[in-house]
Design a binder for this molecule. Structure first.
Ligand code: BTN
Length: 257
């Protein structure tokens, strides 16, 4: 979807720890709006009418959820930022765990799960080489399954998991601070540290990887990712397969019957 070219509402503006936060009641997609904004700007909306998920899926963005996009600079070699979607996942996971959900885990590449249910998702858009838009959808007290019954049993929200869910602004401050921290980590070239953190946080181990371009599927055991972000999957024959993210269309966890 092309970025929105015109912003018709006046946002509420406030400074948050090095970020300028624009808040709207309703937008199509905070990521699309953020496409026009400078680095270290964030956009939050109460409702998105055309929220976007990964792989061109719709993202239900009802009231009481947190729909937030953050524009971060990506200077220099574009390859140096290839781990940004994973780093964003770790940033959101750290915040969620700190709220009192230490068992929250990651589903590759960056879904946040509690048990088998999805709590948050992340979409990173690159509208231009100099910046990335990190879009975070976090279910706070909303129930997307009421809009799409197929999500019943698949999703959860903070209000159903915590006795006292945090206020939106406290969450935004924590998420933006965590993103700043992960951005610094990538900028300083510490991909190894990020990979170690991520490799302790994946929820799935037995996986089926569908390869891009109709190249079939691999069943095996996920060992984790390497410092380039490639998936390390030991296949049924015991061979370690190194799969760069662009070769992967989808990764599904396989549960024992
Ligand atoms: C996914 O899991 O498929 C990613 C979902 C990302 C949703 C967020 S909500 C804020 C931002 N604006 C969008 O349109 N999408 C992201």
């Amino acid at each position: 979807m092309p970025p929105e070219s015109v912003i018709t509402q006046e946002p509420d503006l406030r400074a948050v720890d090095g970020w300028m936060l624009h808040e709207f009641a309703e937008v199509t997609s905070t990521n699309s709006l953020a496409a026009h904004l400078p680095p270290w700007t964030a956009v939050r909306a109460g409702v998105q009418t055309a929220g976007r998920g990964r792989t061109n899926r719709q993202w239900i963005s009802d009231e009481e959820g947190l729909w937030l996009s953050a524009v971060v600079p990506t200077p220099g070699d574009i390859a140096a930022w290839s781990l940004l979607p994973l780093a964003a996942g770790w940033a959101v996971l750290s915040v969620v765990r700190g709220l009192g959900l230490p068992d929250a885990r990651l589903r590759w590449p960056n879904d946040i799960l509690v048990g088998r249910r999805k709590l948050a998702g992340i979409l990173v858009d690159r509208f231009s080489p100099e910046v990335a838009v990190v879009g975070i959808g976090l279910n706070v007290a909303n129930h997307p399954e009421e809009t799409d019954p197929e999500l019943t049993g698949e999703v959860t929200c903070l209000a159903d998991l915590l006795p006292h869910p945090p206020l939106f602004h406290a969450l935004i401050v924590q998420l933006l601070a965590a993103l700043t921290g992960e951005h610094h980590r990538l900028e300083s070239g510490n991909a190894g540290g990020l990979c170690r953190d991520l490799n302790g946080a994946w929820c799935h181990r037995q996986v089926q990887v569908t390869l891009a371009g109709g190249r079939g599927a691999i069943n095996g055991h996920l060992d984790g990712i390497d410092p380039s972000g490639a998936l390390l999957v030991r296949d049924a024959a015991g061979e370690m397969r190194v799969l760069p993210a662009h070769r992967v269309e989808r990764l599904r966890e396989v549960f024992p019957i």
